[in-house]
Design a protein around this ligand. Sequence first.
Ligand code: TPP
Length: 291
Amino acid sequence: MSLEINFSDKVFENRKRNNSEYEEITLTIRRDIIKSLVLAKSGHSGGPLGITEVISVLFFGGYMKYNPSNPNMPNRDRFVLSAGHMAPVQYSVLARAGFFPTEELKTLRKYNSRLQGHPGLDMHLPGIETSSGSLGQGVSIAVGMAMSDFIIDKNERKVFCITGDGELQEGASWEAAMAAGSHKLSNFCWIVDNNDCQIDGRVKDILSVYPLKEKFESFNFNVIEIDGHDIDQIQAAFDKFNENHKNNDLPTCIIAKTYMGQGVSFMKDQYNWHGNPPNEEQAITALSELK
Ligand SMILES: Cc1ncc(C[n+]2csc(CCOP(=O)(O)OP(=O)(O)O)c2C)c(N)n1
């Protein structure tokens, strides 16, 4: 390959930050996604680029308790990427948080790599709480984690989970919603990546999951609708979740309106970028836009 790919060793702290500080973080994450995918020659570009702001605020804004030097710290909060195909963004965020060396991002989807196409298939990567990728199952596992914390152990731990919107076509998603709402799991924060794209079309055209707000409300969730690229709105949503948790209120659902492929002009809002990597030429263009 004539395009030389290197990953800086920059890591970011997890702390309250001014929203202007997120520009460097989100550019770094998006560049990681493009670089690891062009090297892998397979994988998903669109979803990871679209959820970058949300996951960056979650991991680097002081909203989650974790310790990269002690990934299994008993009182850590938990994060489950139920939309496991979006793994490149989770791998970048974990590396940039210090869970493993950023150089390892070069190994996405390679034989014997810890960075498989979907997270956790061998459960050896620090920071991964469960395997995921069979849509609807990650969120079911996440609700189980939240139930054991809230009902059995009665601890302070929070559980965050990201699903896609096409993922909600899986019936298991709604069993998870029913369980979380029925048990009033205020420690559970469900984030829906609402880009209205799935593999081969618009969610609303293939099998509509709408209206989302009313559906989640009817399952007993506090629902917050936000622009998933607006740092202020993302922070406000996580602040509201914390307040709900403190007041022992209902579970929270953040519906994040996003664009698939955000940040790269030729990928933006194009569902055909759901499951493709950039080729070398496309990666050069993408990286030149992500400066
Ligand atoms: C149970 C199951 N069925 C089918 C698939 C194949 N699949 C992977 S991603 C995807 C579409 C998901 O759409 P969405 O959740 O909106 O994700 P996005 O396209 O926004 O990345 C499908 C059908 C799967 N991973 N698991």
